[in-house]
Design a protein around this ligand. Structure first.
Ligand SMILES: [Fe+2]
Length: 348
């Protein structure tokens, strides 16, 4: 679809992101990548940093051998670092690390050590630069995401419903709330570009009810729109029934069962998208290799449900589904946050 040559407009967009993340002339910056990273993005990082007068250093680790029988996708837990000592030393320096690993460091086991040094990490999603160019950087997103996170943090209960039959209850007490808007200037923090997500990792035994994945909802592990509805029944966080006489259901059942790990059936995170630049339909425009579904995770008003690892509930499965759902309504302690897929006024 694309000719992967460097474009000036992409350097400009990356430079805009880095400037928003506090990069100044003379700053020493580490660009982390792995041998299978999207090379054009790694290259764009370097050129944009140089354009800003910064001094980039590339740290490139080898993409590790596969350990699983199916591809590990969209976990946000890169295994590329493997506590490599010289790499860890280079990353733990208290400045800015730009993370171009395939999965990203967000849930990597080494992240805490890196952040503790005061380093801030800017994850660039494994998206084609055309996607990053189009979504860009929205400086209004920060306040809106923060407002959403505050609502979630102050709430005890999330209720998700839809005309398709979803009726899911989530206890938010003891959950850990997160969110991001795509850039950061704060030492010891990590963010992901493109951003625009408010999410919570619920504590154990917090999620119960029915989730009806409807036509047009997306399973981002497969980078696929669902064509037929799939009914999920959740009991104390775990998907205990996956029902539907269709291919989407078969794919989901198979891809979870292959892990032979009950925690692959459990709830990972729940939340909603806030980014107005991100569009539900865009996945239909791209070849699969050109995108990684970040846009779909953050499009405004989606309810994002996911299965798999949840550190707050002490579950560490490698299986992970991120499923953005359209046309859902989300209430926090009885107050509307999203109504039939549209953000409520104060968050819109
Ligand atoms: Fe996820």
């Amino acid at each position: 679809m694309f000719s992967d040559r460097i474009e000036g407009k992409w350097i400009a967009r990356f430079a805009e992101l880095f400037a928003q993340s506090g990069v100044e002339t003379g700053d020493e910056i580490v660009v982390l990548s792995e041998t299978q990273s999207r090379n054009i993005n790694v290259h764009l990082c370097e050129l944009a940093l140089v354009q800003l007068g910064a001094k980039p250093l590339h740290v490139v680790v080898t993409t590790p051998a596969q350990t699983a029988v199916v591809p590990i996708r969209s976990t946000g837990a890169s295994a590329a670092l493997g506590y490599h000592k010289p790499a860890m030393a280079a990353l733990s320096f208290g400045g800015l690390v730009i993370d171009c690993t395939l999965e990203g460091l967000l849930h990597a086991p080494e992240l805490a050590v890196i952040l503790k040094s005061g380093t801030r990490v800017l994850m660039i999603s494994n998206e084609h630069p055309e996607i990053l160019e189009r979504i860009g950087i929205d400086t209004k997103l920060k306040d809106r995401v923060k407002a959403g996170m505050k609502l979630m943090r102050n709430a005890k209960h999330m209720h998700v419903t839809s005309a398709a039959g979803t009726d899911l209850h989530i206890n938010l007490e003891k959950s850990v709330v997160g969110g991001g808007w795509g850039y950061t200037t704060t030492p010891g923090t990590i963010t992901n570009w493109p951003g625009g997500l408010c999410l919570a990792f619920p504590a154990r035994n917090s999620v119960n009810g029915t989730l009806v994945l409807n036509t047009g909802d997306q399973n981002l592990t497969f980078k696929r729109y669902l064509e037929q509805p799939v009914h999920l029944t959740l009991e104390n966080d775990y998907v205990r029934a996956i029902e539907g006489d269709n291919l989407d259901c078969q794919l989901m059942r198979d891809a979870i069962s292959v892990w032979q790990d009950d925690d692959a059936y459990a709830t990972s995170h729940v939340g909603w998208g806030m980014n107005h630049q991100a569009k539900w339909v865009s996945m239909a425009h791209y070849d699969r290799a050109d995108h990684n579904g970040t846009e779909q995770r953050v499009f405004a008003g989606n309810f994002l449900f996911s299965t798999g690892a949840n550190e707050i509930a002490q579950r560490y499965s490698l299986g992970h589904f991120d499923i953005p759902m359209r046309n859902c309504s989300i209430q926090l302690d009885g107050k509307d946050v999203v109504v039939e897929g549209r953000l409520e006024e104060s968050l819109a």
